[in-house]
Design a protein around this ligand. Structure first.
Ligand code: KG4
Ligand code: ZN
Length: 321
């Protein structure tokens, strides 16, 4: 039994996962409402909220799994990348719990955690495969040849795909976080209404910042009344551009690696148009796309544990290495 913590951004999450990859519980407490009025995550506000929620969320995970703490054999925690203060709350909680029970601790990379969401029961995917990781903080193409480790093929040069969704949503007055709101509104719009170009950069990288500027100019040209009236068309065209960029680069990456099976993970993998555009790709259920601790526990199965008490000096890292 693995008890995992995830506090890298604005979700306080804990989960209990068995060694063979069954999710016995996965509790996610989102702080999105708390940050909505600021239009984005405020790091210090996130840290304080994690501090309030981390113990009750862990308790809820154990209770809903009906697993007493005595049966937990390993504690796992997200070490980075993420907001440093937010990460430290999860790391401190995980260390304290592991130390008090004399258990080993497994530090997990958040991005490898997203990939490991694919290894959970009841329908695990076996490497090798080519993976697109698209979240609020990252957009990466990965060659995954073994569990727990992946090779980076390309990434975004500026905004992440989820960030592009969130910034687009903000321009359209849809609130934060905006990916799901654009997804919903796009269903009512015409994706051919506006031509939003996505920059093609060399290699297997992405660039989304120009797209956001194109949307900004379109809304300026339309004026606020027309923008409001054509909001669904704008959302549909904008979403189409992001999805096209992701799909074409993923296909190119699969050709380049020769790993023809493809998978998509991260918050943007919840997007309905992306899911429809890649009928052959492996997607995990929606609740495992956005940040959660079940994926962290899943990854911990393939990472070396630090034996008690060698983890007391373990530190968080904020950015990609
Ligand atoms: O993986 P995640 O929960 O957090 C990070 O590690 O960043 O991803 C959150 C991102 C946000 O940018 C959010 O807008 C986006 O995932 N997202 C979506 C959808 N649901 C969440 N983007 C597009 N369509 C969705 N349905
Ligand atoms: Zn994430």
């Amino acid at each position: 039994m693995i008890l995992a913590f995830e506090t890298s951004c604005d979700e306080t999450a804990a989960a209990v996962v068995s060694d063979d990859g069954r999710v016995l519980s996965s509790v996610v407490s989102s702080q999105a409402d708390l940050h909505a009025r600021f239009g984005g995550v405020v790091p210090e506000v996130a840290s304080r909220r994690h501090l309030e929620l981390v113990a009750p969320v862990a308790r809820a995970a154990l209770e809903s799994a009906v697993v007493p703490l005595e049966r937990v054999e390993r504690v796992a925690v997200t070490q980075g990348p993420g907001l440093i203060g937010a990460l430290l709350v999860g790391i401190s909680a995980a260390k304290a719990l592991a130390w008090s029970k004399g258990l080993p601790l497994v530090p997990v990379d958040h991005l490898e955690g997203h990939v490991a969401s694919l290894y959970l029961e009841p329908d695990p995917l076996d490497p090798p495969f080519t993976c697109l990781l698209a979240s609020g903080g990252h957009t990466l193409l990965l060659a995954v040849r073994e569990r727990g480790r992946s090779e980076r093929l390309g990434s975004t040069l500026d905004d992440a795909a989820g960030e592009a969704f969130d910034k687009g949503a903000r321009l359209l007055g849809l609130g934060y976080p905006g990916g799901a709101a654009i997804d919903r509104l796009a269903g009512e719009g015409d994706s051919d209404a506006f031509d939003f170009p996505v920059a093609r950069v060399p290699g297997l990288d992405f660039s989304f910042s120009g797209l956001k500027t194109a949307l900004l100019y379109a809304t300026r040209d339309l004026g606020s009344e027309e923008t409001e009236r054509r909001k669904a068309d704008l959302a549909a065209s904008y979403q189409r551009a992001i999805v096209r960029a992701l799909v074409s680069r993923l296909r190119e990456a699969a050709d380049a690696t020769g790993l023809s099976r493809v998978a998509v993970v991260g918050g943007v993998a919840a997007n309905s148009e992306l899911r429809a555009a890649l009928p052959d790709a492996k997607f995990v259920p929606l609740e495992l796309c956005t940040d959660n601790a079940a994926m962290i526990a899943s990854c911990a199965r393939f990472v070396e544990a630090l034996p008690y008490p060698r983890y007391l000096a373990l530190d968080a890292y904020a950015s990609l290495t």
